[in-house]
Design a protein around this ligand. Sequence first.
Ligand SMILES: Cc1cc2nc3c(=O)[nH]c(=O)nc-3n(C[C@H](O)[C@H](O)[C@H](O)COP(=O)(O)OP(=O)(O)OC[C@H]3O[C@@H](n4cnc5c(N)ncnc54)[C@H](O)[C@@H]3O)c2cc1C
Length: 367
Amino acid sequence: MKTDILIIGAGIAGITLAERFASEGKKVLIVEKRNHIGGNCYDYYNEHGILVHKYGPHIFHTNYKEVWDYLSKFTDWIYYQHKVLGNIDGELVPIPFNLNTVYKLFPKKYAEKLEEKLITHFGYGKRIPILDLKNIDDNDLKYLAEFVYEKVFLKYTMKQWGLKPEAIDKSVTARVPVVISRDDRYFNDKYQGMPKNGYIKMFERMLDNKNIKILLNTDYKEIIDYISYDIMIYTGEIDYFFDYKYGKLPYRCLNFEFKTFNDDFQPVAVVNYNNNYDFTRITEFKKMTIQKHEKTTICIEYPSDVGVVAYPILNEGNKRILEKYLEEVKKLENKNIYFIGRLAEYKYYNMDEAVKRALELYDGLKG
Ligand SMILES: Cc1cc2nc3c(=O)[nH]c(=O)nc-3n(C[C@H](O)[C@H](O)[C@H](O)COP(=O)(O)OP(=O)(O)OC[C@H]3O[C@@H](n4cnc5c(N)ncnc54)[C@H](O)[C@@H]3O)c2cc1C
């Protein structure tokens, strides 16, 4: 079989490239090993008619206007500003840890003192990575840093990664900020929302082109010998492509438990369990999709070494292995084979970054 563009993987990166190439008349074949499109952004209506995210909650947020404008061609958006509460010592408090959290957890006089010191030291509106706060030479701020570290970060991170936080790459640690403001929103990106009819409806619109064919339930290695193509785009796992010749690149994985109740479950869409229990967070979907329904479905998230591959483990050893694979990837560009997306680059990408990478690759290749 002959196709112009062969795309391995029907996640948001693969779908974006399929849409772009098909729109200029190229014949596109997508090969996907799962039984559905959408990759980890996959959503569906469960047996109760509630829209749920199979691989954990996905909230769209971006500062890239071009990405927002591009996706907005295929969906309207529900106005949704994501807010997370953390269960700290049985109290539900705003996360990321911010000035409102300080006032919820400490006596008013002490909270005022901490607020003043935080603002004087860092400035209002700053997001300070938690490990930086820990190094400050001020007894009150040191105490606050220890408190946040112990109660918010340490056990959560150990659960999340199965590791001590010091052993984790700084770029990952920096994702957990202390916010010196009263803004309770989890993201402060310019554009935020949920696709009005869900991610899959948005993807179906992107793929609604006679030039696109999709083969589900198929690992690309089963068919690659029977297909010729001008360009191949690979969004699967980078080490798998090379038959693990430099070793396996591990992921922190997740397992999801879904439950449905007759009554609302929690005050916001996501509650983190920072200290207790084996799970890290519970999502109540209709609080983020703004679906009206008499019942509610929640998803409990358990980090593990096995399950759905979620987060690359970016330690020094794995980075060295990755570099070797990336060297091989560069050579393949001569054969018109390109690697893109969270699995193919072994990199945590938010959805907007995956789309941005896909749009940039397309711009580089088109014509
Ligand atoms: C728990 C969790 C929550 C997240 N929440 C958010 C969020 O709130 N907001 C946000 O912006 N981002 C979020 N993300 C990140 C988001 O999931 C990614 O940005 C996005 O999935 C990346 O898309 P992708 O196309 O690169 O990869 P994927 O979605 O993984 O797609 C790759 C596809 O390739 C297929 N494939 C792999 N190997 C093969 C093969 N050998 N043959 C055929 N097909 C193959 C896979 O089955 C998959 O469908 C979250 C991620 C996780 C893990």
